[in-house]
Every structure is written in structure tokens, then in C-alpha cells.
Design a protein around this ligand. Structure first.
Ligand SMILES: Cc1cc2nc3c(=O)[nH]c(=O)nc-3n(C[C@H](O)[C@H](O)[C@H](O)COP(=O)(O)OP(=O)(O)OC[C@H]3O[C@@H](n4cnc5c(N)ncnc54)[C@H](O)[C@@H]3O)c2cc1C
Ligand code: FES
Length: 252
């Protein structure tokens, strides 16, 4: 885990309300695994850092994808090239992507695209044929960037690609990875209990101290998403007890 003052290198829009910010963070870029996240802090800014999946890692730079939902995200989107943001990471336990099998399907809903480019990179490096299925409410909400040997898009209103959810549009594969609203991940669990899913939770410290990121488990008890997650075997999570109202749900 590294703590660095990362320089903002650029910003681009990739959907109606989705932006990608590029940060100079060499140590994080060199070590991050798909599904891991960074905690970004601003001073002045919200008291607590905010967690964001690493969207891409290219040479010395990482990218995060976000939309403004509150004070922290609005401040990040207002940063200009050359500004500094405090970056702690990589954090959490990412996707386990091993050789073996032939195919991987990456299923994302809305902002759930966030860990997928790095997941596509790692799955391809493991010799897997990668299909990325990306779903959103409508065509304007679909991320304009994608990765994978094949790409399937799905929209709730049928304005682009498959009319329906990304889960319904996804083919079977040897490895299933998913990220998006918790109700979408619950549907993934119903179809592929062995899928690996990156769950959404509130987070405070991001390092296992505040207990603010509890994930209820089917076997009873709770895990801490920041250190033991945020990636889980889909069938292990008690989806009915996990909040499904977080804002990822508004865009998938
Ligand atoms: C492991 C992890 C990875 C994440 N990756 C991304 C990412 O790649 N891109 C991205 O845009 N967001 C991501 N999030 C969500 C992001 O951290 C929150 O949107 C952010 O913390 C909100 O901060 P804020 O100050 O703007 O909003 P706040 O003022 O704190 O809250 C505004 C609204 O956002 C909701 N919210 C707050 N925290 C979260 C949260 N953790 N998850 C979902 N909704 C929340 C609140 O309920 C409220 O409705 C991730 C969250 C986690 C736990
Ligand atoms: S966010 Fe503080 S313990 Fe997980």
C-alpha cells in the first residue's frame, strides 16, 4: 500500500454523467490488481477519503472513473491538470484471475465498468477469451470505452444493444466477474454462485479500522469489504441483508 500526492494529468467524459480522471501514481500503477481500489483525499475536502476502483493502469498513471454524487466526487471532478490529490492504495482484495479455462465474461452495470479494463487486461494475460457485457439505463449512460475480445451492450430501455439487463445478456463462461448495483450482483449470484463480484458498500477508513464497510455473509457474520473484499464469491454474500440503495443502482 502506498500513500502519494498524485498529480492530475487529465480528464475525459465517457458517458452522460461519467468522467475518467488520470492521476500520476507510479507505485499504485505498478502493483494494482483488477478489483482493487484507491482512497482519494482532498485538503480542503470531506473529512474522509473516498474509495474508487482503479479503472486503468498505464505506465506511471492510474485512471478512475466517476460521476458526481456528493461533495467529494464533485470536488474531484473540479480538479484541474496539475492539481494534487492524496492517493492511498492499492487497497482491498481484487479479482482472482488464474490461468485455466478458456473464457471470461465481465459483467458491468452503470459505474460497475470501473474495475473492468484492468480485469480484461489480467484475464487476457491469463490466456482467457474475454467478453465484456456492459449495461446501463439507456444509450447515453453507456460508457463509450470498452475492452475485451467481444463486447455486448445492454440497455434497460432498449435504446442500444440488448433490451434488458447485462446479466440477462451475458453468455456463460469459465470465469464470471461482475460489478454494479447490489441488486444486479444478487442476480449474478442466482445464475453463477461461483462468480466473483465487487460489492458496493459505504466506506470510512478503507483500511479495516472503522468497521463501516460490513458485508453480511450467508454463513452468518460480517466481513469488512475494504480489507477482506470488495470482491466476493457471489454465493457467499447475504444479498437480502446488503443495502441496495447506493447510487450505483441509479445508473444500471
Ligand atoms: C470499493 C469501492 C469502489 C468504488 N469505486 C467507485 C468508482 O470507481 N467510481 C465511482 O464513481 N464511485 C465508486 N465508489 C463509490 C464512491 O466511493 C462514492 O460515490 C463516493 O464515496 C461518494 O462520495 P461523495 O462525497 O461524492 O458523496 P457523499 O456526500 O458521501 O454521498 C452522496 C451520495 O452517494 C452515496 N454514497 C456514498 N458512499 C457511497 C459508496 N461507497 N457507494 C455508493 N454510494 C455511495 C450516498 O448514499 C449519497 O446518496 C466506490 C465505492 C467503493 C466502496
Ligand atoms: S472502511 Fe473502515 S473498516 Fe472498512
Amino acid at each position: 500500500m502506498f500513500l502519494t500526492d498524485a498529480r492530475v494529468e487529465g480528464r475525459r467524459q465517457v458517458a452522460r454523467a461519467m468522467w475518467v480522471i488520470t492521476l500520476d501514481a507510479p507505485e499504485v500503477a505498478a502493483t494494482v490488481k483488477a478489483g482493487q481500489f484507491v482512497n482519494l483525499g482532498l485538503n480542503p475536502g470531506p473529512l474522509l477519503r473516498r474509495p474508487f476502483s482503479v479503472y486503468r493502469a498505464i505506465e506511471d498513471r492510474i485512471e478512475v472513473i466517476l460521476q458526481a454524487v456528493g461533495a467529494g466526487t464533485a470536488q474531484l471532478l473540479a480538479l484541474r491538470e496539475g492539481d494534487l490529490v492524496s492517493c492511498l492504495g492499492p487497497l482491498g482484495r481484487g479479482f482472482e484471475i488464474r490461468s485455466g479455462g478458456r473464457s471470461a465474461v465481465l459483467i458491468s452495470g452503470g459505474l460497475g465498468v470501473a474495475p473492468m479494463p484492468v480485469a480484461a487486461r489480467d484475464a487476457r494475460a491469463a490466456g482467457l477469451q474475454v467478453t465484456w457485457v456492459h449495461g446501463a439505463r439507456s444509450a447515453e449512460d453507456l460508457c463509450s470505452e470498452s475492452d475485451g475480445d467481444a463486447v455486448i451492450v445492454a440497455t434497460d430501455d432498449g435504446s442500444a444493444g440488448f433490451a434488458g439487463t447485462s446479466v440477462a445478456a451475458a453468455p456463460d463462461a469459465d470465469l464470471v466477474l461482475a460489478c454494479g448495483p447490489n441488486r444486479m450482483l444478487a442476480a449474478v449470484a442466482g445464475r453463477w454462485p461461483d462468480a466473483q463480484v465487487a460489492v458496493e458498500t459505504y466506506m470510512g477508513c478503507g483500511t479495516g479500522v472503522c468497521l463501516g464497510c460490513a458485508v453480511p455473509l450467508k454463513r452468518g457474520g460480517y466481513d469488512l469489504a475494504c480489507t477482506e473484499g470488495p470482491v466476493y464469491r457471489a454465493g457467499d454474500v447475504d444479498w437480502a441483508a446488503l443495502p441496495s440503495h447506493l447510487h450505483y443502482a441509479a445508473t444500471a
